[in-house]
Design a protein around this ligand. Structure first.
Ligand SMILES: Nc1nc2c(ncn2[C@@H]2O[C@H](COP(=O)(O)OP(=O)(O)OP(=O)(O)O)[C@@H](O)[C@H]2O)c(=O)[nH]1
Ligand SMILES: [Mg+2]
Length: 549
């Protein structure tokens, strides 16, 4: 079965053999056409295939190798949980410079250090993984001040971009001061030594300044810094300043990112201390450890075994170019597409006549081959958004649909892409099972999927009450009816069964109708839930409830 699309790929003309869909299976018809060498337009001679067949076999092997290596290479790239160390940039030091004067003694002229860059957080709708996140994010360091009152440049701000649906928790915060104090405790230093070390940490002396800086001078400088609020003794701990906890369940305004770590203040030049030889160092902000956890958000989540056609369905429904191929775990990252439904019943992903969803690598190979053979390029599948001339229509509802990596038995125990997958579907209020109708027993597959969802989180399987039987074009009527009946019996009144062919866009109209109903209901329930919570909060504030009890 898998061979066939590849054979068609190898000959760019062959794929046009399958133009119309009848009730019999497409695969069977293709195979017949292939084996007899007949075609609807009679253009292709059987010789042509035979000639190329050995190459095709080689080609298939090559592709399998490529696919395997892709899986090995990218198998773990979907990141939905990561610990990141964040620190604002260190402030630049102030300068202890002197300007020679003809009339009197040299005057202090050191510029201030630039402040360090801060680390901000924002969301991006185009991201669906935390893969791009670095484990260590440090704001740019401020430049030091220099002579002739030249102030140092400010350090660059750094922006961390995460997908919508990311939960951020601050786990640890430690400032340099705490670290040194701890070290000093361990070293058992006396008071005098500690005082000296403290000043050395905070202040710098002009290299040419003769003699030791006196204790009084240091003390005056410390007092001055304290007076200006520039002496930060300790980093506020979790107790003093509660840890950052964010649930980015809505996109953030790109112009208003969230501050995670403020850059350090720049040091002050010697004019501030009115001293020829003392300036202050820039502040080193505390180091924070954040946990980032991604829980993707979409109205509808597709749940199914690998290869059941989830990505094809996503493309068919939303037009999003998800990767599709005839092997398992093609999709390694969850992907989100948008379905726009219009007042006239049409929706944005509707396929045009005679259109079908191509496997992405096949499309690519076809183009490559056609180019090599000097042929006309095959017509690309027209952008689905335009297929039905969505322009000028009144939109009724818009919802998001997420395609997820395939679920395997034991996923709830983190096998396959296990928890990554389950974490991302957890938040979709509507879940649909996608089953492959060409498989021997879709009804049993459904039970396994349900079991896995339930094992991961009790009650989750109940959220999925639409069963999509995909690849309806791949079975004959008798088999199809039998399998559908089996599923209907198991499901009883607890859901709807829809037979579709994602690839050919058949039956998806009914699916969209059902989804619209479910999404509207889920949104209504959510609204009521929020209203109820608000009411409870208001009651709590007035004290009515609590006091009477
Ligand atoms: N005949 C037929 N083939 C289909 C249909 N839908 C998908 N396919 C084929 O099934 C294979 C798998 O499709 P995908 O959409 O990549 O499946 P998936 O569930 O996303 O797979 P994973 O990403 O591995 O979990 C591809 O070869 C598709 O062309 C369909 O309706 N009919
Ligand atoms: Mg997929």
């Amino acid at each position: 079965m898998i061979l066939l699309p590849s054979l068609r790929t190898a000959c760019p003309r062959c794929h046009r053999l399958t133009t119309r869909l009848s009730s019999s299976t497409v695969y069977l018809r293709d195979i017949r056409e292939y084996s007899t060498g007949e075609s609807s337009n009679g253009e292709i001679a059987s010789e042509h295939y035979e000639q190329d067949f050995t190459d095709i076999a080689g080609e298939l092997k090559r592709r399998k190798r490529k696919a395997d290596s892709k899986r090995r290479q990218y198998g773990n790239t979907f990141v939905d949980h990561i610990l990141v160390t964040v620190r604002g940039g260190k402030g630049g030091s102030g300068a202890a410079a002197l300007t020679a004067s003809v009339r009197g003694p040299s005057a202090p002229s050191g510029g201030n250090g630039g402040s360090g860059g801060s680390v901000y957080l924002t969301t991006s709708p185009s991201l669906s993984s935390l893969t791009t996140l670095k484990k260590r994010v440090i704001g740019g360091q401020g430049a030091s001040g220099s002579g002739s009152f030249k102030h140092g440049k400010r350090g660059e701000d750094v922006l961390i971009t995460v997908p919508v649906g990311t939960v951020v928790r601050e786990l640890k915060r430690e400032g340099e001061e705490e670290r040194t104090l701890r070290e000093e405790d361990e070293l058992g230093l006396n008071k005098e030594e500690r005082r000296k070390r403290k000043w050395q940490r905070w202040l710098i002396t002009h290299p040419s300044a003769g003699g030791e800086v006196s204790i009084e001078e240091y003390q005056d400088a410390e007092n001055l810094l304290k007076k200006e609020g520039k002496w930060i003794n300790k980093t506020p701990t979790f107790e003093q300043l509660s840890p950052i906890e964010l649930d980015l369940d809505k996109p953030l305004n790109p112009k208003e990112p969230i501050l995670l770590s403020l850059g350090g203040q720049g040091g002050l030049g010697n004019p501030f201390f009115n001293s020829p030889r003392l300036a202050s160092k820039g502040f080193l902000p505390p180091t924070q450890t954040f946990e980032f956890e991604l829980k993707l958000l979409s109205d509808v989540g597709l749940v199914g075994f690998p290869n059941s056609g989830k990505s094809t369905l996503l493309r068919s429904l939303t037009g999003r170019k998800a990767e599709i191929a005839g092997y398992e775990f093609t999709t390694l990252n969850p992907q989100i597409g948008v379905v726009r439904v219009f007042e006239d019943g049409n929706w944005s992903g509707s396929l045009g006549l005679n259109e079908k969803i191509e496997e992405s690598w096949i499309t690519r190979e076809e183009e490559e081959l056609a180019r090599l053979l000097g042929d006309e390029l095959p017509q690309p599948v027209s952008p689905l958004h335009q297929a039905n001339g969505a322009k000028g229509k009144v939109e009724r509802i818009r919802f998001t649909l997420s395609d997820n990596p395939g679920l395997l038995p034991l996923a709830s125990q983190n096998v396959g892409l296990g928890h990554s997958f389950l974490r991302s579907i957890e938040r979709s209020p509507v879940l649909i099972y996608v089953l492959d109708l060409t498989k021997p027993s879709p009804a049993e597959d459904l039970e396994v999927l349900k079991g896995e969802l339930e094992a991961y989180k009790s009650g989750l399987s109940g959220r999925a009450n639409i069963v999509v039987l995909n690849k309806g074009d791949g079975v004959n009527e008798e088999q199809g009816k039998f399998k559908v009946e089996q599923i209907r019996q198991r499901l009883g009144d607890n859901g709807d069964v829809v037979v579709v062919s994602g690839k050919y866009g058949l039956g998806v109209d009914r699916l969209v109708d059902l989804l619209v109903g479910r999404v509207e209901r889920a949104r209504e329930e959510r609204k009521l839930e929020i209203e109820e919570k608000e009411k409870m909060k208001a009651r709590g504030k007035r004290g009515g409830f609590g006091l009477r009890l």
